[in-house]
Design a protein around this ligand. Structure first.
Ligand SMILES: O=C(O)CCC(=O)C(=O)O
Length: 285
């Protein structure tokens, strides 16, 4: 369970950090399965349905950028996503009826790991209400050097910040924000960060000699239903499942308006979208 202080922190600041959430044996089991899942894949030849590779390496390079949907494809991850301990914590934040939304494992390999630009998760997939979160599990000791998560506290109740330009979704903050207020979520392997879906966050490239593998599981209240924004909406809903309580019989709304992401093109992931945006490829021309 989360402590009362952690629940208050999440509600007031939009995130809370829980060191020691996973035992060392759990972390080892997740890393062993990750090694099995990624073994033998190279930039030139890999299963693009299951993973994305770091672009800045030779064709024979084996550095994986992201493993897609581990909690739907691999048993040990699936068990974690349905575990009572974790769901009890999320119930403390969003009540008894909960959907699993998606998962991913950001590998941020040593010396290659990509930047994640500032963004708010709900900019990608608007829901009828904002009771949505990500739990980020650090699978390595994580600090400023290997690209720990940075967060802007206390912004999750405010209107969504701008993520579009020329009418097209850029997948990153396009509005000026004072990132000097950012806080760094550091912690040893096994730390969990509970982060609200409206909390702006980012992480630096990994220029260190240590990996920063982070498993990310997203959940939401069962009455937070997707707002249809085009073909990305069903794609984003592919792995949704009820993990606790009952399905909703009504959709609950907590905002009168919410920005809709107009995708210029389909992209494989946040990394690709943000990189194309930085290159100026997602404008009106
Ligand atoms: O890996 C990170 O540092 C942040 C990940 C993230 O924000 C995302 O994948 O949406």
């Amino acid at each position: 369970m989360l402590t009362r202080e952690q629940v208050e922190q999440f509600n007031a600041r939009g995130y809370t950090v829980c060191p020691g959430f996973l035992a060392a044996e759990q972390v080892d089991a997740l890393l062993a399965e990750t090694a099995r899942a990624t073994q033998g894949h190279t930039l030139a030849e890999h299963d693009a349905e299951r993973m994305e590779m770091e672009p800045g390496q030779s064709p024979e390079g084996t550095a994986v950028r992201r493993l897609y949907e581990p909690c739907s494809y691999y048993g040990v991850f699936e068990q974690l996503s349905q575990g009572e301990t974790l769901l009890d914590c999320i119930e403390q934040l969003f009540g008894p009826n909960l959907l699993f939304h998606y998962s991913k494992l950001n590998m941020k390999p040593a010396e290659l790991g990509s930047v994640v630009e500032w963004h708010q998760d709900l900019s990608y997939y608007p829901l009828t209400n904002t009771d949505s979160l990500a739990v980020l599990f650090y699978l390595d000791d994580t600090d400023a050097e290997n690209g720990a998560l940075q967060l802007l506290p206390g912004r999750h109740r405010a209107p969504l910040l701008g993520h579009s330009q020329d009418g097209f979704f850029q997948g990153r903050l396009m509005e000026e924000v004072d990132v000097s207020e950012a806080e760094l979520a550091t912690g040893p392997a096994g730390t969990a960060v509970f982060m609200h879906g409206m909390t702006p966050h980012a992480s630096a490239p990994n220029n260190s000699t240590r990996p920063r593998r982070t498993l990310i599981l997203s959940y939401r209240a069962a009455d937070a239903l997707p707002i249809y924004c085009g073909p990305m909406t069903p794609k984003n809903e592919t792995f949704v499942r009820l993990v606790r309580g009952e399905r909703a019989s009504v959709a609950r709304f907590d905002r009168t308006v919410f920005p809709i992401p107009q995708y210029k093109e389909q992209t494989a992931s946040l990394y690709e979208l943000q990189a194309r945006s930085k290159q100026g490829l997602l404008g009106s021309q």
